[in-house]
Ligand binder design. Structure first.
Ligand code: NAP
Length: 489
């Protein structure tokens, strides 16, 4: 196989809108610059959709829906399986593409390729296991039959932080269930989605089943809203920030759409007095530094029992201080840049606020000199609970540590947020692990582990972190309606 270079992967990606099986330019010829966050310079340009292009994409999805729903489940499953294998074969290309447009290191991008591809393998197996049930009504007079049918044309809006996996987690179950799609990737990271659409085309996905439109950040709302309000659309699935999710849910209420929302998080990371400190620090490195902290699952608040806090913070600061920053494509680099200047400035402002309110910087705490949107891996001790970062997603490589004395205090602190995506807890006491897992108001809990994402598990949040689940047995249900047929004897 030829060597994978920056130029070769960028040249190989189609740059147009993908509508009804055709690649095409946007109606008004506008394009979007895709920047390299490590340099701030443009890598390439892709087509931008107009309102009419958005409508054309939905037209194509609607036209393809009936035939697609009739396709044998085995065929849909085999297609997903072929796509899984092809992504795996082309892992280096996908990894390079993500590193270039998003900034994460190649090692992290390879991890995302493996994780993202697994959703296709998982849902290739689920496609043939869709079933209904049959029962006798309590009065014995009628029979009750239920069947599962695809929801119908679905709009998928995805974020920039996991350009592949946030797509496959939606596209996989939609293909398995028999739904057609319009996908809008984040304006910063469209290349991975375009490469994925092309790969699915090569695997034989029929025209119109998957359509991809890109929009500029300025035109996104104007192009998406008419689609969400179009009576032919049956479902909206969104991964992104809570404020945007709220506004999309309002728009979706017009057509009473099926809605799945994977929104922001503010994960607490609890270390109890009986925890194994080395294991907790390993978990903290994963929960904090995966994706440079730019993950909805990133540990945002570290609550450590006062008896362990100094030992834990010092060990974490040593590990964080030893990380090497740099362009994600370079060997030996552990931490890439943040996605853009705005993201980097937000992290910087949150650290300044915490320090002004009394936090101590154990390591990091600054913007390094030079190009790119880098921020130093940072550990803060004695972070007061009124610091802004206790309420807001940091979305960067900053670990704020606060102490607690009792289990009741730990739970109160952990649940004191509008979010409810994931919580992490470290303890060797099984009964404490169960009691705490039950008391945490979160959709997911990691016990003695700093990572919960798994294609075989239901991923999702409660409260302002969203509704619905992706992955697991639950993931395909989001794309299926239950129809009940009553049969008189
Ligand atoms: P974002 O600003 O909400 O953007 C997400 C997507 O929504 C992008 O494609 C964006 O397009 C689009 N969008 C923005 N405004 C819109 C509008 N008015 N109408 C329709 N679409 C609109 O979020 P982000 O900064 O990309 O992603 C980070 C957020 O995602 C964090 O809060 C993170 O926690 C969350 N997230 C959650 C999960 C989860 O599973 N719960 C997973 C990953 C990320 P443009 O690019 O054109 O703005």
């Amino acid at each position: 196989m030829a060597a994978v270079t920056q130029k070769s992967v960028i040249d190989s990606v189609p740059k147009g809108l993908y509508i009804g099986g055709q690649w095409r330019d946007g109606g008004d010829g506008q394009t979007i610059a895709v920047d390299d966050p490590a340099t701030g310079k443009a890598l390439t340009h892709v087509a931008a959709a107009t309102v009419a292009d958005g409508r054309a994409a939905l037209d194509a999805a609607v036209a393809a829906q009936a035939d697609w729903a009739r396709t044998p489940p085995r065929d849909r499953g085999e297609l997903l399986r072929a796509a899984y294998e092809r992504i795996t074969e082309r892992a280096e290309e996908f990894a390079m593409l993500m590193t270039l447009e998003m900034g994460k290191t190649l090692a992290e991008s390879r991890g995302e390729v493996a994780y993202g591809a697994e959703f296709f393998r998982w849902f290739s197996e689920e496609a043939v296991r869709i079933s209904g049930r049959w029962s006798t009504a309590p009065n014995g007079a009628t029979r009750l039959m239920t069947m599962k049918q695809p929801v119908g044309p679905t709009l998928m809006i995805t974020p920039w932080n996991f350009p592949l996996a946030m797509g496959t987690r939606k596209i996989g179950p939609a293909i398995a269930a028999g739904c057609t799609m319009v996908v809008k990737p984040a304006s910063q990271t469209p290349l991975t989605m375009l490469a994925l659409a092309d790969l699915l085309r090569e695997c034989g996905l029929p025209d119109g089943v998957l359509n991809v439109v890109m929009t500029t950040h300025e035109t996104t709302g104007a192009v998406m809203e008419p689609l969400i309000r179009d009576p032919r659309l049956r479902k909206l699935t969104f991964t992104g920030s809570t404020p945007v999710g709220r506004s999309l849910m309002e728009q979706a209420s017009q057509g009473i759409l099926r809605v799945s929302m994977e929104l922001g998080g503010n994960a607490p990371f609890l270390v109890f007095e009986d925890a194994d400190v080395d294991q907790a620090v390993d978990g903290a490195m994963l929960a904090k530094m995966r994706n440079m902290g730019e993950a909805c699952t990133a540990a945002n608040r570290f609550y450590v029992h006062e008896s362990l806090a100094d030992e834990f913070s010092a060990a974490l600061a040593r590990r964080m201080g030893a990380l090497t920053l740099g362009k994600g494509t370079k060997d030996g680099v552990d931490v890439g840049p943040l996605v853009d200047e705005k993201a980097r400035d937000k992290v910087s402002a949150l650290v300044a606020d915490a320090v002004a309110k009394g936090a101590k910087v154990l390591v990091g705490g600054s913007v390094p000199s030079g190009d790119g949107w880098f921020y130093e891996p940072t550990v803060l001790a004695d972070v007061p609970t009124d610091a802004d970062m206790a309420r807001e997603e940091i979305f960067g490589p900053v670990a704020p540590v606060t102490t607690f004395r009792t289990d009741a205090e730990a739970i109160r602190l952990a649940n004191d947020t509008e979010y409810g995506l994931v919580a992490y807890l470290f303890t060797k006491d099984l009964s404490r692990a169960i009691t705490m897992s039950e008391a945490l108001e979160y959709g997911m809990v990691g016990v003695n582990q700093g990572i919960v994402s798994n294609p075989a598990a239901p991923f999702g949040g409660v409260k302002a972190s969203g509704v619905g689940r992706e992955g697991g047995f639950e993931g395909i249900d989001e794309y299926l309606e239950t129809k009940y047929v009553g049969i008189a004897l």
